[in-house]
Write a protein of this length. Structure first.
Length: 355
């Protein structure tokens, strides 16, 4: 395989692209003291934010003041669900526009979180422009706040999702991606990022634990599910090792994994979310396993994180080709049927910094 070919990854034409940016502003005593109560603080600030969003042509913007975590997914219809700890946004960037304030009576927010969902058709090629407009809005917002030493943390999330077995189902058309890191992509489009950017690139896969998978490994009345989990873990780690992939996680405890850069983030798991931290610069193997032999869950989640060496000029194409090869080996070993089952791969790129 030629080097230039190796640097590209061929992804199904119908892959979905998503981008969303969150801006987090700490809610301090001093800020709250400027308003009669929590409610009027959140209402006033959200009105300013929504007005600025109109001026900057940002059409899908939400303000969260109940400290719930936003999770964004592609969907043909627009839905928004709240759980105890998360707000799930399902939407199609080509069509859906919205503005919402999520709040709870008499609740003191730790932080005000603004969520900007990208809209339009060419999400990936317009990502730098979207980032620039969000930053312009934030630069205009900060002087409008009643106190002036508040800090803003920006997180920019981008993902590409597709079925690893699309070709086996007859979807033969692919598109060659170079998958460059966010910073050089943005720089080429005149959107410069500050020096102190934390970045993380990783792949997630959710595997529903089907009847077929369970039947092959567990007796009917099983109460010990470790044979199933151990089988999945062993095959996943072996397939990854063959492709020199060393930053790995298998989460099968019913929680949603949330991947962060362990060098920059304090990690604390909650009732619904399993925080998993990786250092992309560390050279030693990092493996996180979270499953419980007594608890049979609906799905197992697998994560493969790119290291600093994967992010060279050739971008992440080589990394993704290795990830795909490892996942295909893993799928074959555990007996998935590519013509009938989906294995949805999500390629995530994430950056964060203090404005």
């Amino acid at each position: 395989m030629s080097l230039s070919h190796q640097q590209k990854v061929y992804i199904p034409k119908e892959a979905r692209t998503n981008q969303y940016i969150t801006a987090e502003i700490k809610v301090t005593d001093e800020l709250l003291a400027q308003y009669p109560d929590y409610h009027s603080c959140y209402q006033t600030l959200s009105r300013i934010i929504f007005n600025l969003a109109e001026q900057h042509d940002l059409r899908n913007v939400h303000v969260i003041t109940n400290d719930k975590l936003p999770v964004v997914r592609y969907h043909t219809e627009a839905y928004c669900f709240q759980t105890a700890e998360q707000i799930l946004f399902f939407y199609n960037p080509a069509y859906h526009e919205a503005q919402n304030l999520f709040t709870e009576d008499n609740y003191r927010a730790r932080k005000l979180r603004i969520v900007f969902l990208a809209t339009g058709d060419e999400i990936r090629s317009n990502s730098a422009n979207f980032h620039t407009r969000v930053r312009e809005l934030l630069n205009e917002l900060m002087p409008k706040l009643p106190i002036n030493d508040l800090k803003v943390k920006i997180r920019d999330h981008q993902h590409l999702s597709y079925d690893l077995f699309a070709k086996s189902k007859g979807n033969k058309e692919t598109y060659g991606y170079k998958l460059r890191a966010i910073a050089p992509r943005y720089k080429a489009r005149k959107c410069d990022l500050p020096e102190n950017v934390s970045s993380l690139t990783y792949v997630t896969v959710s595997l529903p634990l089907s009847r077929k998978l369970k039947q092959g490994l567990l007796p009917d009345s099983a109460t010990d599910f470790s044979p199933l989990y151990q089988h999945l873990e062993d095959n996943f780690l072996k397939a990854a090792a063959n492709k020199q992939l060393t930053r790995l996680a298998m989460i099968a405890n019913g929680l949603t994994p949330l991947v962060r850069n362990s060098k920059f983030e304090k990690l604390d798991s909650k009732a619904e979310v399993q925080m998993i931290g990786f250092d992309p610069n560390a050279t030693e193997q990092q493996v996180i396993r979270r499953w419980d032999a007594d608890n049979l869950v609906e799905a197992a989640h697998f994560t493969i994180v790119a290291g600093a060496k994967d992010c060279d000029d050739s971008g992440y194409g080589r990394f993704m080709n290795n990830v795909e090869a490892a996942l295909k080996t893993f799928a074959a070993e555990i007996g998935l049927d590519p013509e009938r089952e989906d294995l949805v791969v999500r390629f995530h790129q994430h950056i964060s910094y203090q404005l």
